[in-house]
Design a protein around this ligand. Structure first.
Ligand code: GLU
Length: 303
């Protein structure tokens, strides 16, 4: 049975973009004769809170979003992500990375200064991690860890890709059915898989949960499409199944900018307090008479 998920992070108020994603997931699940699961991506304990979670669930209930099971709260499953990290560690595919974000910036800017060439950045605009630690032996890395120096676990992307070979994903696109997209994980370099303060990462926990919850269809915003490349690599390394993907359009603000929790975009709670109904919200995001193609029913094409 098709299983969809809506996976917000309770670190701020839900806005129209979340409403669109949740309503679209629910509609596609219904068309496909499947179910929808809500997942709370609350690994960042410093930014997520029970109060924000309660508000989020209240907004979703008001909107008419129904999770087939009680929401999975990622913060209650750190052991699952630790097990996946351990599997990658035992394969020698991760390494302890000691440079801070500030160290990386300084290194990149020094290189740019010396060479006059732009230092490579990932799809989010962050400088790629230099990865000098990979030149150290395992015991040298371990000595630094034992020394108590703060570090994050990073994926050795080159080693990972030599294991997986090229990776692809299947994108459901309204008009063309399913399109095979060549993933570009190298653009991300050595992504963080776990930190000292947060013992996992978005990339690691999302692939573990999509597999544990047997998610068949991942429907999320187009802003996350570049991340899918990393997810496919992790799925391949960890032997996890490959869901179908659909990266939907983003709801933009009046100035054409992306809605965001941090920019205080109009929240569902504020719209609700102003007297709008769930149908008004559906209208505002263009889903009032959702024309759903049968795309959600498409099976994985043979590769
Ligand atoms: N938790 C992510 C967010 O709120 C969504 C992750 C996903 O759908 O894969 O942006």
């Amino acid at each position: 049975m098709p299983i969809f998920r809506f996976a917000p992070s309770p670190n701020g108020e839900l806005h129209l973009g979340h409403a669109f994603s949740a309503l679209l997931n629910q509609a596609l699940a219904s068309v496909a004769g499947g179910t929808l699961l809500v997942r709370l991506e609350d690994i960042d304990l410093a930014r997520c809170s029970p109060v924000l979670e309660a508000r989020l669930l209240d907004d979703l209930a008001w909107l008419g979003i129904v999770s087939a099971h009680p929401p999975r709260r990622q913060s209650e499953h750190f052991a699952d992500y630790a097990a996946a990290l351990e599997a990658l560690q035992s394969e020698g595919l991760v390494y302890p990375a000691f440079m801070t974000r500030g160290d990386v910036r300084e290194h990149a800017q020094n290189c740019e200064h010396a060479s006059g060439i732009a230092y490579p950045r990932d799809p989010d605009g962050a400088y790629l991690y230099p990865g000098e630690e990979k030149r150290l032996s395992r015991s040298e890395q371990q000595a630094m860890v034992d020394d108590g120096q703060p570090f994050a676990w990073r994926l050795d992307m080159q080693a990972a890709l030599s294991r997986t070979g090229p990776v692809q994903f299947c994108e459901l696109s309204g008009d063309e059915g399913t399109v095979e997209v060549q993933a570009e994980p190298h653009l991300w370099g050595d992504v963080i898989l776990a930190r000292r303060d947060v013992p996992t990462s978005y990339h690691l926990s999302v692939v573990v949960d999509d597999a544990l919850q047997s998610i068949s269809h991942v429907v999320r915003g187009a802003d996350l499409m570049p991340s899918t490349s990393v997810h496919r690599v992790l799925q391949s390394l960890l032997g996890l199944p490959e869901p179908l993907y659909h990266h939907h359009r983003l709801i933009l603000d009046a100035d054409g900018g992306k809605l965001s929790k941090s920019r205080g975009s109009t929240s569902l709670a504020a719209l609700r307090a102003a007297g709008l109904t769930p149908l008004d919200i559906a209208r505002m995001v263009g889903l009032q008479d959702i024309q759903l193609s049968a795309s959600a029913e498409i099976e994985h094409p043979e590769r």
